[in-house]
Write a protein that binds this ligand. Structure first.
Ligand SMILES: Cc1cc2nc3c(=O)[nH]c(=O)nc-3n(C[C@H](O)[C@H](O)[C@H](O)COP(=O)(O)OP(=O)(O)OC[C@H]3O[C@@H](n4cnc5c(N)ncnc54)[C@H](O)[C@@H]3O)c2cc1C
Length: 403
């Protein structure tokens, strides 16, 4: 039963991962009447599963060239650094840093030495070679160069928490299967959005002036509901590895040739164990492997790239996650974020978390100027609110210990 007439909303955002939450914050700080709808838990999908590295573009220069991907990213670490230090908005001092920088190390192959040279090409964040005594213990016996890279690593759940906490009243939980109706008079022109309260069954009608889809892999379905093509999106699967136990804290990339052979980030789980998330080429190669086979492969890769690692008493698991992006020819990664404006809708994929601030700024710039002296918008009525998604290592049930 609808209780009242449609409520005008200046900007209605679908999806509360890093992209939607950052945009919501930016719009509200700008005095706009923005609401965010979340179908699952905040950050479900990519953000909660990500490694949290504030990339400076280095991994896109491994060919020795300053690629357009690297150029797009190169300005971002300074902006994030200032937010994380509370020197600019959004103030992210409450978000937890997993590490203030990453390490970069290489295998002995000649190709990877070439890559280290190429890695210095034209970036703000550049690797600084470490002397033997400056290396962390786990990298002491690596035969190649070990460098420090000023790429901060954040705990994604705390980013989601910090961004969402200040706007809780403007973030509504929806049931995207049966509790959502989008009415579009023509493709991409959404006139009415009807929500059914998942707890009470009441409905709430919203009349959005602008609609923004930042729902990651959910953008395809939302586009279809708005009469737009879902083919604008591509998914690129990953099969990530988790290791937990008595492991050192390590954050960084092992570079081999033009690839990051493994990217390791470290966190702590509920029992205060160290957990490694292991991605990079390993997670691409693992897509066609069963979990057990991937874990075996991961153990042998780690033995090769971290000769000092003692994996006894380590437990292993894997998780699958798709990267959702704008479609490119050949299914390659887009160079930067993607924004598609059609009718009164905007569909956006950041491609990398680190690009979210610039993407939010650009989306905000597409909106009509806000009327001077417009009244501050009211928060919507009581409605269920989503939680923060649970990280993959806290959800895993199957851990392998005999590898
Ligand atoms: C394994 C992995 C590691 C990564 N590591 C890094 C890294 O180290 N550094 C980096 O910069 N980038 C990294 N990335 C990329 C980064 O995670 C993503 O670019 C970014 O998190 C995408 O954010 P998003 O908000 O667009 O999407 P998501 O995080 O996927 O959020 C989408 C949100 O929309 C919601 N939703 C879905 N459907 C609907 C619907 N119908 N209605 C309403 N809401 C809906 C979802 O529940 C979710 O909350 C990584 C990605 C992966 C997969």
């Amino acid at each position: 039963m609808t209780r009242e007439g449609p409520r005008n909303v200046e900007v209605l955002i679908f999806g509360g991962g890093a992209a939607g939450l950052w945009l919501l914050d930016e719009l509200i700080r700008d005095g706009r009447d923005a609401l965010l709808l979340e179908a699952h838990e905040l950050g479900s999908g990519q953000t909660i599963a990500s490694q949290g590295i504030v990339h400076g573009g280095l991994k896109y220069t491994l060919s020795g060239l300053l690629t357009s991907s690297a150029r797009a990213i190169s300005e971002m670490p300074l902006l994030w650094r200032r937010c994380l230090a509370g020197e600019r908005e959004p103030n992210l001092v409450e978000a937890r840093l997993r590490a203030p920088y990453c390490h970069l190390w290489q295998t002995t192959s000649l190709r990877s030495k070439v890559a280290m040279v190429g890695a210095r090409a034209g970036l703000r964040v550049r690797p600084r070679k470490l002397g033997d005594e400056q290396r962390p213990e786990i990298l002491k016996s690596c035969p190649g160069v070990v460098a420090r890279l000023e790429e901060q690593v954040i705990e994604p759940s705390t980013l989601l928490n910090t961004l969402s906490e200040r706007h809780r009243g403007r973030i509504l939980k929806i049931d995207a299967q049966s509790g959502l109706e989008l009415r579009a008079s023509e493709p991409g022109l959404v006139g009415l959005v009807r929500l059914i309260n998942p707890d009470t069954g009441d409905s709430l009608d919203l009349k959005p002036h602008r609609v923004v889809f930042t729902a990651g892999a959910g953008n395809g379905g939302l586009r279809q509901l708005s009469g737009l093509s879902a083919r604008a999106m591509q998914r690129r699967p990953l099969h990530m590895v988790l290791a937990r136990g008595d492991l050192p804290l390590l954050n960084g990339h092992c570079v081999d040739g033009m690839k990051t052979r493994v990217t390791i980030t470290s966190t702590r789980d509920y029992a205060d164990r160290t957990v490694w998330q292991i991605g990079g080429q390993l997670a691409e190669d693992g897509v066609d492997l069963a979990p057990e086979a991937l874990v075996t492969h991961a153990a042998s890769e780690l033995a090769a790239v971290l000769p000092r690692l003692d994996p006894t008493r380590t437990e292993w698991a894997t998780y699958r996650v798709d990267r959702a992006e704008a479609r490119t020819g050949g299914g390659l990664r887009p160079d930067t974020f993607s924004i598609i404006a059609e009718g009164n809708t905007v569909t956006a994929w950041p491609t990398k978390m680190v690009l979210v601030p610039e993407m939010a700024r650009r989306i905000s710039g597409l909106l009509p100027a806000r009327e001077k002296d417009a009244p501050m918008p009211q928060e919507p009525p009581d409605w269920p609110r989503p939680n923060i998604a649970i990280p993959p290592w806290e959800e895993q049930e199957q851990w392998f210990s005999d590898v």
